[in-house]
Design a protein around this ligand. Structure first.
Ligand SMILES: *Cc1c(COP(=O)(O)O)cnc(C)c1O
Length: 381
């Protein structure tokens, strides 16, 4: 990404310095084509870090979600339950498959899928008959905050519906000491430019089932059957990560724990500096089981305590060349998804109306952080 030196970004790439060593190896061995030693090593590192047996490095997080749905047999007319409070890439692959998303609202504590609404949706479908059960549940861990995985897994298991974790924002987060990305039957990671680590663009599919990851790799490389000629018995995709980009990923994984710590420090700093302003609140880790990578620090402004809006704060930050964003606009409010059914409780709409994402890069300087806090404080004087 071409960066404007003075501008403070929400989340910009932060290289470790070792990336070029792995890229150079790829060049020295002329291993530029997809696949190769960097891909294999990156996959092993990811699987080990996330506490799963297998990983397939892919071209994006979106492609990982798409392949997970294909592997679970999601097809035309099927339903897939998915968090409404998320980025569109959690949902688009459902529609690629001709299936129908059913949106589930958030609970207040983590801002992620409400296990009670999830249960309502599953119960209603079960009452209509086994044929109406959804094929999968996509759980998103927003801004790195773990969803209430104990309750969600219990409900999902009771109704026998597999979980796909969208852990695109949550590499390095844990619930109950178990890494996010290891809770679902399959999980998706993203290494897009703004995520906690980046390969400029990329993603991965995680699973403990060898066959799923083997099948994903097969589909991701154009579904080429074993034969001397090009032989195909399934529709394939071109979704693999290149050996050059996987070199960036290897360099990034060497510093993942530092990156998590740096982002957590941003959160602690913002909270310590701003909590004296009574109308501001933060996305909290409800208890010791929740460990967020703090991909983005997000903040709510209570309209009953202040007339200052998130848009006004954003505009003020923008004047100082500082990027900020509203929270994700819920999917059930998006024109493209409006016609699908949704289980709502008002939480995601309320959060969307009050929230703002603050610059949260692991390379954010202390002076930038202090400036951001000063600008925000000025808004409330
Ligand atoms: C970034 C993101 C994705 C998509 O990842 P890409 O690598 O950009 O395709 C999916 N879900 C969520 C929640 C994300 O934030």
């Amino acid at each position: 990404m071409h960066t404007n030196k003075q501008r403070v970004y929400l989340s910009s790439p932060h290289m470790s310095g070792d990336e070029q060593k792995y890229i150079r190896e790829a060049f020295d061995n002329n291993w530029i084509a997809p696949l190769g030693p960097n891909v294999n090593a990156f996959e092993e590192t990811l699987a080990e870090y996330c506490g799963v047996k297998y990983a397939a490095a892919l071209s994006s997080g979106t492609s990982a979600i798409h392949l997970a749905l294909i592997m679970l047999g999601v097809g035309v007319g099927d339903e897939v339950l998915v968090s409404t409070f998320t980025f569109s890439a959690s949902v688009n692959p459902i529609v690629y498959q001709g299936a129908k998303p059913v949106f589930i609202d958030s609970e207040r504590d983590t801002w992620n899928m409400d296990p009670e609404l999830l249960e309502q949706a599953l119960k209603a479908r079960k009452a209509k008959g086994q044929h109406f059960m959804p094929k999968a549940i996509i759980i998103v861990h927003l801004y790195g905050m773990p969803a209430k995985m104990d309750q969600i897994v219990e409900v999902a298991n009771y109704y026998g519906v597999p979980i796909i974790e969208d852990a695109a924002e949550a590499l390095g987060s844990r619930y109950d000491e178990k890494p996010l990305g290891s809770w679902g039957m399959m999980s998706a990671l993203s290494f897009n430019g703004n995520k906690i680590i980046t390969t400029s663009g990329g993603g991965a599919l995680l699973s403990n089932h060898k066959k799923q990851v083997d099948d994903a790799r097969f589909l991701a490389t154009q579904a080429r059957d074993q034969a001397p000629h090009y032989q195909h018995s399934q529709i394939g995709y071109n979704y693999r990560m290149s050996n050059v980009l996987a070199g960036i990923g290897r360099g990034q994984m060497e510093v993942i724990d530092d990156r998590v710590q740096q982002r957590r420090n941003n959160f602690s700093f913002y909270k310590a500096q701003l909590q004296e302003i009574a109308c501001l609140s933060f996305q909290e880790e409800s208890d010791a089981r929740f460990f967020s990578n703090r991909w983005l620090t997000t903040m709510l402004i209570d309209p009953e305590k202040s007339s200052v809006t998130h848009a006004e704060i954003s505009a003020e930050l923008e004047k100082h060349n500082i990027e900020s964003r509203p929270l994700w606009k819920p999917m059930h409010l998006q024109p493209v998804f409006e016609r699908y059914s949704a289980y709502l409780n008002g939480v995601s709409e309320d959060l969307f109306s009050k929230g703002i994402c603050l610059p949260s890069g692991s390379n954010l300087s202390e002076s930038d952080r202090s400036k951001i806090v000063d600008v925000i404080k000025q808004c409330f004087i």
